[in-house]
Design a protein around this ligand. Sequence first.
Ligand code: FE2
Length: 227
Amino acid sequence: MIFHQFFEADSSTYTYLLASEQTREAVLIDPVISEVEQYAAFLEQHDLQLVYSLDTHVHADHITAANELRTRFGCKTVLHRNSGVVCGDIFITDGSAIRVGELLIEARYTPGHTNACTSYVVNGMVFTGDALLIDGCGRTDFQEGNPATLYDSIHLQIFSLPDDTLVYPGHDYKGRVSSTVGQEKRNNSRLGQGRTKAEFITLMQNLKLPYPKHIDVALPANKVCGK
Ligand SMILES: [Fe+2]
């Protein structure tokens, strides 16, 4: 498998490229519109064909490159059917599988940050979007957020994976690139050490976070695939 992690500094977003060494087919998870030239250069350099662009959810902090990539590379845009994004090509649900050469990517529905959040599992790695972050989790105070739902999603769909599963989040604001399920079960400051659902809900309801700075631009744009 070919793997690459891209970083977009303005919104501290991680984008992931996964590709088959055999068929040279590639997918991008959570591509950002400003970074399309970087993705194009990487694809060309490694002789890869982009077949899917996957979004883990409808982002509030950056604009997806889904439409731009579809126009440029003819790839299909993939997101959860609860997203309300009608311009997508493929709408997935819990348990959907996406095949890319020898890679089988499993979609796990992990709502709670938004109601379209999906984590993708492949080859001992989980791409958690904004459901589970390193030493944190997505906020639950806008876009259908619900702390009880997020708690269940993380426990049932992510913490149930083997402890050595690598966790690749949608963002990190401190330069960390990955974690593991075991490490987050132990050390995550919001969910680790067996924190109860009631404790988690109280914590999430009292974060008093600022209004997201790009939400008024990013959300409407992402509802039309970033056009
Ligand atoms: Fe988000």
